[in-house]
Design a protein around this ligand. Sequence first.
Ligand code: NAD
Ligand code: IPM
Ligand code: MN
Length: 356
Amino acid sequence: TKTKKIAILPGDGIGPEVMAEAEKILDVVAPRYGLSLEKRRANVGGAGIDAEGKALPDSTVETCRWADAILFGSVGGPKWENLPPDEQPERGALLPLRKLFGLYANLRPAIIFPQLKDASPLKPEVIGDRFDVLVVRELTGGIYFGQPKGRDAERGFDTLVYTKPEIERIAHVAFKAARLRDKKVTSIDKANVLASMVLWREVVTGVAKDYPDVELNHMYVDNAAMQLVKNPRQFDVLLCGNMFGDILSDEASMITGSLGMLPSASLAEGSFGLYEPSGGSAPDIAGQGIANPIAQILSAGMMLKYSFGLSEAYDAIYQAIESVLAQGLRTGDIMTPGCTRVNTKEMGDAIVRALG
Ligand code: NAD
Ligand code: IPM
Ligand code: MN
């Protein structure tokens, strides 16, 4: 048995609700693969502000430093929206965590379970046999972090800047991922307007020379947003900067039925990572126990795969989810006629049962 340390940061809104289900799944799956998990929980986001006066308390950073990986819920909500921007959950905790731990590579696999074809807003013939896209999103640069940024009463500004090394390292992640898939990378940019994106296109083209077995295409982001709903099957790996990846991953998630289905892994060099659903704290449904826990559960699965090297554990979780969907169980966001509506806890319990 090997022991790994994980920091559990449930956060706000539906975060704690879906985290409880992911923990149940981990408790069942980890021991089967000879893994003993030592867990410590910490406050983050609004929960950090309320309990310790700060979105990212020092004690939380310490817990994350102690850990081999972070399992993260989601942060933010109306309660904290009137604080100074830098103290709010998103800018005060999530972005600093990503930066602090060098989590530059965000993997967002949007894969439709065949059972959920009816839950997708796209026609079945548009989806075809399979929709399986990996969004590779640069996570510690671009307009989110570029300096200067600021505002006064009359003017607000942000800076979109990318350096060659930043583009190179995320491009390598995308090409390596493509090698294990359909060997196609579509690099998303706005090189017709933005200088940073002219560099992006140039550098990605250069990196592609190391991967002659992978096909590279370039696409403007506006066209990509359109192509995703017109012909989603043309894509394999989407390589994006920080903001374009944020937007296109939400769009891709909906093709699979719901944002509540999309997990993510935010990886540093080495095996450290932060794992979180791609969606947020969902204030519109928080507190009702009806959120879809699958994105959080798959994020926990990605932690087992990417930080702890247990891809079979990820596969087992994936298959358990598939079998629960085949039984017709659905949370509200993926509900379709003829299926049985379940709440967050019932979905988690069903996945635990399906694990056997
Ligand atoms: P959101 O992702 O929270 O919600 C968008 C829509 O998707 C809502 O209708 C919500 O109910 C639905 N949804 C999301 N996850 C779901 C799930 N698991 N099950 C069922 N439905 C789900 O985005 P928003 O409303 O724009 O933002 C709400 C708050 O969350 C904001 O404070 C935002 O900054 C924050 N946020 C945090 C993260 C994060 O912590 N990683 C990510 C995105 C947004
Ligand atoms: C995400 C979220 C975050 C982002 C916000 C909450 C800062 O939307 O993880 O997709 O924009 O990166
Ligand atoms: Mn987002």
